[in-house]
Design a protein around this ligand. Structure first.
Ligand code: NAD
Ligand code: NA
Length: 396
């Protein structure tokens, strides 16, 4: 079939196999260009098919020759219907990894469930024995609790008081004010249940209980802080409560890993266009201004540059891992640079539908959004017939 984007709000219903493959190849080439990392050899990535999780899997495999197991939740293709992009990304990654002689297998299903955890434990036991690094990179709007069956839905709302600020419809470029009412207690709890640290803790407990964590095992989950313009809806809102919980969980996990000399970290990453972030109000407008400033300064990074730097300059330098006063690894340093933030704040004050094309990088935002689904990728022939029925080579 010939595959074109079919966009509905924050998602695209189609994905392009060759575009996704080319994105993966570009990321592999980037990691290789930065040289070898004295990193982990056996890596489990939970949330491995897109965004920061995919970049973590690619960096592990092509930076330090790691065997990787990926867990993700993606829609397979059906005749005449494309798969979701993470399916095609994984297919491309596993083909390239296996071509390079690297072990690469994956499990498609609900990582919050006991069933998928057990399936993953069985695979590790059978194939890798133990794991040196566990990356936890899930982004999901809901979670079915494995012990109670309760379904939690997350919300993106401020806490305590309502909030009004500018936002953009990134498809049309129209800037409007958005007002969001504050969350109630139940909504806060639900968001923490979905995006907080409980499930990360469950994974590590299960892996440890089964004897599948190696001596000195490390686990890393991803967080975000961001600037004052997004604070009400992000860091001080419901999702921020979930991130507080995730960050606190790192300390609890580290306690539990003491006898293995293991350690849990949270890495605070940069704001980037992913499927998860494009659904958050205000953030896409902030990102389009941030991109403008960081590209002009030459400090812009995507997921792969972020994670390659996390591995090479933070986690696996051979020296102590640098953290902030709250124990977090920071690769959002270039985003949070004072001069960068001052410029973004100044742009923010003058932003409108009319000024956005000049002051912001809306074109860069749109390009990155299309890229998530394998569209607008250089070197791909979108007029050509393409086979949507792609198999994932390492799917268990
Ligand atoms: P993403 O949407 O690109 O990736 C989410 C991954 O989770 C995918 O692999 C998806 O298949 C998987 N997934 C979702 N629900 C699942 C389920 N039930 N079972 C198994 N797999 C499931 O998101 P992302 O932006 O890469 O986010 C990853 C983490 O990074 C999140 O914790 C996010 O908060 C954090 N983060 C994101 C940004 C940003 O700007 N995008 C910045 C800093 C930190
Ligand atoms: Na991810």
């Amino acid at each position: 079939m010939i595959i074109a984007p079919r966009i509905r709000g924050f998602i695209c219903l189609t994905a392009h196999p060759q575009g996704c493959e080319q994105n993966v190849v570009n990321q592999i080439n980037y990691v290789k260009s930065k040289g070898a990392i004295a990193g982990p050899k056996r890596v489990l990535v939970i949330g491995a098919s897109t965004g920061f999780g995919l970049a973590s899997r690619i960096t592990s495999a092509f930076g330090s020759d790691a065997s990787t197991i990926g867990v993700y939740f993606e829609k397979p293709p059906a005749p005449g219907k494309t798969a979701s992009p993470g399916w095609y990304n994984t297919a491309a990654f596993e083909a390239k990894a296996q071509e390079a002689g690297l072990y690469a297998k994956s499990i498609n299903g609900d990582a919050f469930s006991d069933e998928i955890k057990q399936k993953t434990l069985d695979l590790i036991k059978a194939d890798l024995g133990q794991i040196d690094l566990v990356i936890y990179s899930l982004a999901s709007p809901r979670r079915t609790h494995p012990k109670t069956g309760v379904v939690y839905n997350s919300v993106l709302k401020p806490i305590g008081q309502g909030f009004t600020n500018k936002t953009v419809d990134f498809h049309t470029g129209v800037v409007t004010d958005i007002s969001i009412q504050p969350a109630n207690e139940e909504e806060i709890e639900n968001t923490v249940a979905v995006m907080g640290g409980e499930d990360w803790g469950f994974w590590i407990e299960d892996l440890k209980a089964a004897g599948l964590l190696a001596e000195g095992a490390t686990t890393v989950a991803y967080s975000y802080i961001g600037p004052s313009v997004t604070e009400a809806v992000y860091r001080k809102g419901t999702i921020g409560r979930a991130k507080d919980d995730l960050e606190a969980t790192a300390f609890h996990i580290t306690e539990k890993l003491k006898d293995l000399n293991g350690k849990a970290y949270v890495s605070v990453n940069k704001a980037l266009v992913t499927q998860a972030s494009s659904a958050i109000p205000v953030i896409p407008l902030y990102i389009s201004l941030l991109y403008k400033v960081m590209k002009a300064k030459g400090t812009h990074e995507g997921c792969i540059e972020q994670i390659q730097r996390l591995f090479q300059d933070r986690l696996y330098t051979g020296a102590a891992i640098p953290t902030d006063e709250k124990g977090r690894i920071r690769v959002d340093d270039l985003e949070m640079d004072a001069a960068t933030q001052a410029e973004v704040a100044e742009l923010w004050a003058g932003i409108s539908t009319e000024s956005l094309p000049e002051l912001g990088d809306l074109a860069g935002y749109k390009h990155d959004f299309l890229n998530l689904f394998g569209f607008d990728v250089a070197g791909v022939d979108y007029e050509a017939e393409t086979n949507e029925m792609v198999e994932v080579p390492g799917l268990v």
